[in-house]
Design a protein around this ligand. Structure first.
Ligand code: NAD
Length: 259
């Protein structure tokens, strides 16, 4: 097992990519704090980890709420004595052209991704610095490096997370903290399923064409990235033994973006 006895926090882990990482970390021996804005989904994921023989706790944590983030991290440390890995994964999407976008929608997307990543980072680093080191992981996207139409706030926020990841790598090094960002292509989760009809409407295409001509157009093989692909990268980055791998963006996208 690659993460035996490590303590990990994953935000937005009640479903989708976060849940896949939480379950994979559980199988690799980590004690997993499953955090989500809805306690019910976090509890469901934590139950699944325990049922599979792992150790987990569920936390109600809105990543945009400063005290919920700080209290959640404090609860992890009180229960398990420290924090080794934090994955800032919680995210939302909003499909609309920039010239029509309400300020409120712009702010909501930036708030969850960027402010949320900052709050989780600050709370986690305080524990990691005190405990002699750790690993920060960010759930970026190919949109941390590329842009697409109709996703202005998401693209801006994901680029911002890349910057935060790199700043943490620079500052964290002397405290033994590594920081990396995973940049997936499209993965079939509720976040993506919701945007297929939305993009079809905005672009005047069929849903099939949104998948083949928009989402997967630039992949090498026309395939979606899978939950397992992303969780495997998240395990690898968390388990990596040295700071040779820090400040990096790992693109997992069937060749949509090559760097
Ligand atoms: P999802 O919608 O399936 O899951 C997102 C989870 O985040 C949900 O459980 C939701 O409750 C939670 N969440 C939303 N707002 C929150 C908040 N304020 N506080 C705490 N939790 C909150 O989405 P997903 O596809 O699993 O996406 C997870 C991450 O991966 C996001 O950051 C997303 O941008 C990123 N990502 C997804 C894809 C993809 O194709 N699915 C590709 C690249 C990056």
């Amino acid at each position: 097992m690659r993460l035996e006895n490590r303590v990990a926090l994953i935000t937005g882990a009640g479903r989708g990519i976060g849940r896949a990482i939480a379950e994979h970390y559980g199988r690799e021996g980590a004690r997993v704090a499953v955090a989500d804005i809805t306690l019910e989904s976090a509890q469901d994921a934590a139950n699944a980890i325990e049922k599979a023989g792992g150790t987990a706790m569920a936390l109600a944590m809105d990543v945009t709420n400063e005290s919920e983030v700080d209290n959640g991290v404090a609860a992890i440390v009180a229960a398990w004595g420290g924090l080794d890995i934090a994955v800032a994964n919680a995210g939302i999407q909003h499909i609309e052209a920039i010239h029509k976008l309400a300020y409120e929608d712009w702010r909501r997307v930036m708030n969850v991704h960027l402010d949320g990543a900052f709050l989780v980072t600050r709370a986690a680093l305080a524990q990691m610095y005190a405990g002699g080191g750790g690993t920060m992981l960010y759930m970026g996207s190919v949109h941390s490096i590329e842009a697409s139409p109709l996703k202005g706030p998401y693209v801006a926020a994901k680029h911002g997370m890349l910057g935060l990841c790199r700043a943490v790598a620079k500052e964290g090094a002397e405290y033994g903290v590594r920081s990396n960002i995973i940049c997936p292509g499209f993965v079939r989760t509720p976040l993506v399923d919701k945007q297929i009809p939305e993009q079809a409407k905005e672009l005047g295409l069929s849903e099939e064409d949104v998948i083949s001509k928009v989402m997967l157009k630039n992949t090498v093989d026309g395939k979606f990235t899978t939950l397992k692909d992303v969780s495997e990268v998240a395990v690898h980055l968390a388990a990596f033994p040295s700071a040779a791998l820090t400040g990096q963006s790992i693109v997992v996208s069937h060749g949509w973006h090559m760097q």
